[in-house]
Design a protein around this ligand. Structure first.
Ligand SMILES: NC(=O)C1=CN([C@@H]2O[C@H](COP(=O)(O)OP(=O)(O)OC[C@H]3O[C@@H](n4cnc5c(N)ncnc54)[C@H](OP(=O)(O)O)[C@@H]3O)[C@@H](O)[C@H]2O)C=CC1
Ligand SMILES: O=C(O)C1=N[C@H](C(=O)O)C[C@H](O)C1
Length: 266
């Protein structure tokens, strides 16, 4: 397989650490450098807890692109940084693979237009885990038959964004097959604000944050006399890495921005 050169933004994070390992262990991936919020000028091996790789650490993504000229940027940072990094990658002709969550529908449409104008492929994957993609697909199928649905997403308490990117993507997929409808009692009230969760076309999304959790989601459907629950659990971050690898390999042949791995995994 042809060698693919990479930059990883966010290498000290939970996901970034796994992605660095993935890059090290994949024979046709070559990690050129990493982009961090600190440690400018150091080598990766000089940062505690990081693998002994003799590659540079940058704090300035533009400088990194100019000096390293990578094929692909893997971004696993924060919602604000992920947006800026994706735009910069498109400007520099570097293919972004963005696992960072917190993108709005407007962001995605604007960035897709830019990717197409520049003819640079890009992937935003709110969830890289195959099981999570299947959970979303199954939920979309179920919603055709059982349109009353609530989404419960549960994550570790270091997560910055709510609801999760996966929950938002699930709601979007369901809304493609389900007519918007108000659920629950027509006269229900929220005696404590937020008690019924966030609302997307009448569906409700509930976000739980607790230490001990990694990434979990239940999609609950109700119909007369029955319920259906579709659940996915990521019990560690290794669950996301096959999807990261597939995204890096696929983004090179794209000329648009793909939002969600369900468009890549048939
Ligand atoms: N798509 C998927 O399957 C998955 C997506 N995610 C998403 O990935 C993102 C990262 O998650 P996670 O690893 O758990 O988060 P962490 O907080 O553990 O790691 C984020 C890392 O990014 C760094 N960072 C922030 N801004 C920048 C920047 N501008 N340049 C370089 N590095 C930066 C942080 O540095 P510092 O500590 O100094 O701020 C930190 O080291 C989140 O948006 C999360 O929702 C998570 C799991 C799976
Ligand atoms: O922050 C996380 O951890 C995760 N974020 C993604 C999301 O917001 O859906 C994917 C996964 O759920 C883990």
């Amino acid at each position: 397989m042809k060698e693919i050169t990479l930059i990883i933004a966010g290498p000290r994070g939970n996901m970034g650490k796994e992605a660095v390992k993935l890059a090290e262990q994949t024979p046709h991936f070559k990690l050129l450098a990493v982009v961090d919020t600190k440690n400018e000028g150091k080598r990766l091996r000089d940062i505690s807890d990081m693998p002994a790789l003799d590659i540079p650490v940058y704090t300035d993504l533009e400088k990194c692109f100019t000096e390293q000229k990578p094929d692909v940027l893997i971004d696993l940072t924060s919602p604000e940084s992920g947006r800026v990094h994706l735009e910069l990658a498109l400007d520099y002709g570097v293919r972004p693979v963005i696992g960072t969550t917190g993108f709005s529908q407007e962001d995605i449409e604007r960035l897709r237009a830019k990717a197409e104008e520049k003819e640079v492929g890009a992937i935003i994957a709110p969830n890289f885990a195959i099981g999570a993609i299947l959970m979303m697909k199954f939920a979309q199928t179920a919603a055709r038959y059982m349109p009353d649905v609530e989404i419960l997403e549960m994550h570790h308490d270091k997560k910055l964004d709510a609801p999760s990117g996966t929950a938002q993507k699930t709601a979007q997929l369901i809304s493609e097959v389900r007519e918007a409808k108000k659920q629950g009692h027509p006269e229900e009230t929220e005696d404590l604000p937020g008690a019924r969760g966030a609302e997307v076309e009448g569906m409700r999304i509930h976000s739980i944050r607790l230490p001990g959790l990694v990434a979990h989601q239940e999609v609950l459907f109700g119909g007369p006399g029955q319920t259906l629950t579709i659940r996915h659990d990521s019990i560690n971050r290794a669950s996301f890495m096959p999807g990261v690898r597939l995204s890096v390999e696929t983004v090179l042949s794209l000329k648009t921005l793909v939002y969600g791995l369900e468009h890549i995994i048939d």
